[in-house]
Design a protein around this ligand. Sequence first.
Ligand SMILES: Cc1cc2nc3c(=O)[nH]c(=O)nc-3n(C[C@H](O)[C@H](O)[C@H](O)COP(=O)(O)OP(=O)(O)OC[C@H]3O[C@@H](n4cnc5c(N)ncnc54)[C@H](O)[C@@H]3O)c2cc1C
Length: 384
Amino acid sequence: MTTFDTIVIGAGVIGAAAARRLALDGSVLVLEQHELLHERGSSHGGSRIFRHAYVDELHTRLAVRADPLWGELEAETGERLLFRTGGVDLFAQEDEDAGAMLASLAAAGSPGERLSRADLAARFPIFDVPDGTHAVYHPASAVLPATRAVAALLRSAAARGAELREREPVLEVLPSPSGVEVRTSRKTYAAGRLVIAAGAWLGRLAADLRLPLVVEQQQVVYLPTKRNTDRQDADRQDAGAYLVGRMPVFIERRANQIDGIYGLPAFEYPHAVKVAHHDRTTPLKSADERDFALDQARAADTVAAATRLLPGLGDTPIASTTCLYTRTPDEAFILDRHPLHANVVLLGGGSGHAFKFGPLFGELAADLLAGAPAIREFRADRFG
Ligand SMILES: Cc1cc2nc3c(=O)[nH]c(=O)nc-3n(C[C@H](O)[C@H](O)[C@H](O)COP(=O)(O)OP(=O)(O)OC[C@H]3O[C@@H](n4cnc5c(N)ncnc54)[C@H](O)[C@@H]3O)c2cc1C
């Protein structure tokens, strides 16, 4: 039987990062059920938000840790991955979460600034926010080209000796005297250690743990930066104002949640911004049962919300796409050893915000496999 030091199941952003880091410790095999960089999981597409700013300090500190790791990957692969553009979180009113976000940023050593509605209008005239809105501005925020970032992680993993096998689904994981055996559609492999980074399929591969994961099909739309009207509104009709470097990434937060709309500047398309809702959709029975179709009613809600906040945008999407969220009940990740098998690590539950931590997942996987305690907030047994 072919034997490796470590097998990684899944070649999304988390599995790719784990493989890259663990390849420094010994031989690594990555098993991916579809083709590498496929579009049926959670990590594909042209852009993700990178930000330090969270309301809670834990995620803020982790994002600050991830930042230079992306820089190292850029230097190693020659691929530019962080396109800084700044970010604003829009709070409906003077909100204690805005203060908590500023405190978390300060504690983690990252800059942040409170903007009044008037400050926001002066700095970013493309926004038209309701009276009473408060913003937190965080300059470290950036756009991450998602598929290119996963490709860079995989290239780096392969350069460090990791073997990448695509179109080879794992059918079964069996504990063995020396570690684990992994049976795929082609053969059975043995390894001393296993990382399961299966995204929306994590619940299936770790069925014994009955993790309360909910898989949802999410969607984004791209709106043109020029409205089809003769409206006199020079600031909002300046397409340059929507480009990276001038337009911040943004999230509109509703009371104590982030179920509002978010958006990214024109990046994937030179004349269109990406907007979406971060709210819940109907759970899927399984990750394989999605239809990839745009929910037109939700898209209309997103367009209405986006053009209310950014009135210079056109209201006819030029493109759209769908993607999977794998939510935990508290939207914190699962990063832990299997309770019965200390050489098996589970990494997942991305809950729609894991991408930005990319290479840090590799460090955290290595720590767990070396015996470090799991971060309490990410333990697999926290749900009872
Ligand atoms: C619309 C959308 C917008 C988002 N925006 C942001 C954002 O702005 N910022 C941010 O930080 N995050 C964002 N996210 C979240 C982020 O993209 C995800 O949390 C992250 O990509 C999850 O990565 P993953 O590696 O866990 O999952 P995946 O990328 O899905 O990887 C899991 C892999 O495991 C493979 N696999 C599963 N089962 C098996 C098996 N049995 N055998 C072999 N292979 C298997 C799958 O095929 C898949 O390739 C967004 C997500 C979506 C959907």
